[in-house]
Design a protein around this ligand. Sequence first.
Ligand code: GAR
Length: 218
Amino acid sequence: MEKRRVAILISGRGSNMTALIEAAKAEDFPAGIVLVISNIAGAGGLTKAAESGIETATIESKPFGKDREAFERKLHETLVAHNIELVCLAGFLRLLTPWFVTRWDGRMLNIHPALLPSYRGLHTHERALADGVKIHGATVHFVVPEMDSGPIIMQGAVAVLDGDTPETLAARVLGVEHRIYPDALRLVAGGGTRIENGQCKTEASGSPDDTLISPAII
Ligand code: GAR
């Protein structure tokens, strides 16, 4: 099976990156992680990727200052030089301009720690707790120029508990992130998604037990 060549872009510890790398080790996984790029020197994820035998690169965004496109041109050139077919943003904390995003249209995925379109942007867990929502979660979506928008590929939800803090909620959501990001990449890389009227349709089906009620009355 010919595997899609994937690059992961990170800025930090890279736990989603690690989940993708682990999943991609399966023989039947339709994508191979061939490159990890960080825009922050010394990001924790770089060491982990290197330990897995994956090529890493650091392209620091800071020296480019406000010249976002110059940074992105370098990023783009590096991806093209490695024959990358799909890009996964995994805790990549740098806004990308339309120049870059349109070049990777339909070929770039992001994971966001909220059930989009709720809680775009930062501090998603704090804001969900402040609103008192009972269900929260994470979303994998295709990247479009508007931040945290774009066709939704997959979402996973967790119950919000009365005693939750941003930290406990973040940890529970992160567990879901590590499940849905590999599954979403499997779908996309395997050709199991298509865009119709700006929405992502998939060949996956709902599970028979797909109701989450929170809080549950026992
Ligand atoms: C993850 O929770 C991811 O959803 C979030 O940053 C974290 C990175 O963790 N991304 C965003 O907030 C993007 N807007 P990781 O480096 O351990 O994968």
